[in-house]
Write a protein that binds this ligand. Structure first.
Ligand code: FAD
Ligand code: MEZ
Length: 570
């Protein structure tokens, strides 16, 4: 048999997977169908436990929520491993094919969309949220807490967007965790760092809200069960203010899981495989709902008093990236496959103003071998970057625009991130890179140099000089502002890194209440809110590491609460 359904068909009838009297699938989450998979094969945890310990298991992943079997195992078409959207594991996939996805514009299939609009409203709710990343989930929690009925729509088969991938941390100033660690910080310094990093074109009012609410947002997450006690340094920050779980584990999967659990606990109706393709407005331009394309159930309209766009950025859509910044044509991206820019399209269709779309950030340390971004926290905790000659060539924790440009000037347009065992032990995230088999190791610096084909004497000289700077507290070569530790504890490690498209700073124009502004009038579009990477203004021309998670939690909360209030008053 070519596909899974044919194989299962040989064993029984359609109702071994589907609800027999429903005449099709159960819903766009394929809830019933997935329950059948689990009842026969066991759940992901059971399958992962049965896998060989020394191999990457396709059933044990960093994805959040209850991952549906059908995210990878398709019934009536060839199966594809969802992991292959980012990695290249070459899992043995029964009835499988190669990962391939072509971007389909939101307004494709116009005739079918018009027909669904003519058919009228199928469902009604108070607030619709587009996207299940951190901004969408934070909005869902706060809208539910404000008493609104919420439907959250996610186009991908798995939730969490880019948020579930976030690694290094969430920036916040004047927090309890900083105080406990004796870190002196001020909200005003976070504002100044953010404006400077953004080349001062950020909307200063949005930046003030970001910084002034940041510590409260950490408390909010903590009150729901998050652990944000480890605090590290990110590029462009004057002090350590990037918060993450104990031991330096990835921040995004943790925050997204906490928000997901709390959104579910509060009874949010979350629908996967459900793409919003249009925002519906009345004759006066006020928002009245959305047109959804359910992957399995087709087009339908949800009437809503308010809509929150939390659909993320567009870094994974290289055609769109290259349109705004031709230098980035053909670059790899660190993002999840759904970061294509639908949010901008539906917002612009609804008359939203946009800003700063030409500002697109490359993350300096992406591993081409692993298909993963290597968190800035590795540098923040002390790693250095050397070129093929074994020399440092920059302040490793400068802002990303500068670091990426410096790496691209080196031979081979890539470089090596070098660290020791003490840094490895300081950051749990590194274990993931080791597990992916992309980290080279040497018992001595010389042995490591051989592994990465860099002149051993030069690398040893570079490390000795760097350790001297750590001892003296001053980097006489590149003025690196944080020098947390010498590279002195064997084994030593290195991995090749190169810049990849990471963050789209521009987006929909919002005010401090997360209301979306109209292109035509400059005033808020009634009932339309936006939060997170789909918006522009918070980060200016260049986002600081750790500020996006801060942005999505704070503005997601604001958008959800404001949308719920609007719906109540409507
Ligand atoms: P997302 O989390 O991307 O969620 C948007 C969701 O909307 C997606 O699930 C998407 O599929 C869905 N969607 C899109 N269009 C539609 C549609 N038409 N209908 C329905 N659903 C739709 N930032 C930090 O501050 N600190 C970090 O440590 C950090 N590390 C990062 C590491 C990586 C590898 C990446 C890629 C980013 C990192 N960032 C980090 C940036 C940060 O993670 C993102 O900017 C942020 O999570 C975006 O959140 P969001 O909710 O706006 O969007
Ligand atoms: O903010 C980010 O994008 C970030 C901190 C990424 C990372 O390197 O971990």
């Amino acid at each position: 048999p070519e596909v899974l359904a044919d194989f299962h068909g040989e064993m029984g009838s359609c109702d071994s997977c589907h609800v027999s009297d429903k005449g099709g699938v159960s819903d766009d989450n394929l809830s019933h169908e997935n329950a059948q998979c689990v009842s026969c094969h066991g759940d992901l945890k059971e399958l992962a436990a049965a896998a060989p310990k020394d191999k990457v298991s396709p059933h044990k992943s960093h994805l959040i929520g209850e991952i549906a079997c059908t995210s990878c195992h398709k019934g009536h078409e060839k199966s594809v491993a969802y992991c292959d959207a980012c990695h290249s594991f070459g899992f043995d996939m029964p009835y499988g094919g190669k990962w391939e996805r072509k971007f389909v514009p939101v307004d494709a299939d116009k005739a079918a969309q018009d027909k669904a609009i003519a058919a009228g409203v199928k469902e009604t709710t108070d607030v619709v949220i587009i996207g299940s990343g951190g901004a969408g989930l934070a909005a869902a929690v706060s809208a539910r807490d404000a008493g609104a009925k919420v439907i959250l729509l996610e186009k991908e088969p798995v939730p969490g967007g880019n948020t579930k991938l976030a690694a290094g941390g969430m920036n916040a100033a004047e927090t309890k965790a900083q105080a406990k660690l004796g870190i002196e910080d001020k909200k005003q310094i976070m504002i100044d760092d953010t404006m400077k990093g953004g080349r001062n074109i950020n909307d200063p009012e949005l930046v003030k809200v970001l910084a002034n609410n940041s510590s409260d947002s950490i408390d909010w997450l903590t009150s729901m069960g998050a652990d944000m006690t480890d605090v590290g340094r990110m590029g462009g920050a004057s002090v350590n203010r990037s918060h993450r779980p104990t031991g330096g584990a990835g921040v995004g999967a943790h925050v997204a899981q906490v928000l997901w659990d709390n959104a579910i606990k509060r009874g949010t109706d979350i629908r996967l495989n459900s793409r919003v393709v249009r925002i519906i407005e009345d004759a006066k331009g006020n928002v009245t709902g959305v047109l959804v394309k359910g992957e399995y159930t087709g087009y339908y309209i949800i009437k809503a008093d308010a809509v929150v766009i939390a659909a993320g950025g567009f870094a994974k859509n290289n055609d769109r990236v290259a349109k705004y910044d031709p230098k980035l044509k053909g670059f790899k991206a660190t993002n999840h496959p759904g970061a294509t820019g639908d949010g901008l399209d539906v917002a612009q269709q609804a008359g939203a103003a946009t800003r700063d779309l030409e500002f697109i950030q490359a993350h300096p340390t992406y591993s081409p071998a692993g298909g993963v971004m290597i968190t800035e926290a590795v540098r923040g905790n002390g790693a250095i970057v050397v070129n093929r000659e074994g020399n440092r060539f920059m302040n490793e924790i400068t802002t990303r625009d500068k670091a990426s440009a410096a790496i691209l000037q080196q031979k081979g347009e890539s470089a090596y991130l070098v660290f020791d065992d003490s840094i490895r032990k300081s950051l749990k995230a590194i274990e993931g890179y080791v597990h992916l088999n992309i980290v080279k190791e040497g018992k001595t610096v010389e042995e490591l140099a051989k592994q990465i084909d860099v002149p051993a004497a030069e690398l040893a000289k570079t490390i000795t000089a760097y350790n001297g700077f750590v001892k003296s507290g001053k980097d006489a070569q590149f003025e690196r502002p944080n020098l947390p530790r010498e590279l002195a504890v064997a084994p030593f490690y290195a991995l090749e890194i190169a810049p990849a498209v990471h963050h789209t700073m521009g987006g929909v124009v919002i005010d401090t209440k997360a209301e979306v502004k109209s292109e035509k009038t400059g005033k808020p579009i009634q009932g339309l809110y936006a939060a997170g990477e789909v918006t522009g203004g918070v980060h200016g021309a260049n986002r600081l590491g750790g500020n996006a998670v801060s942005d999505i939690v704070t503005y997601g909360r604001i958008a959800g609460a404001e949308a719920a209030k609007f719906a109540k008053d409507h």
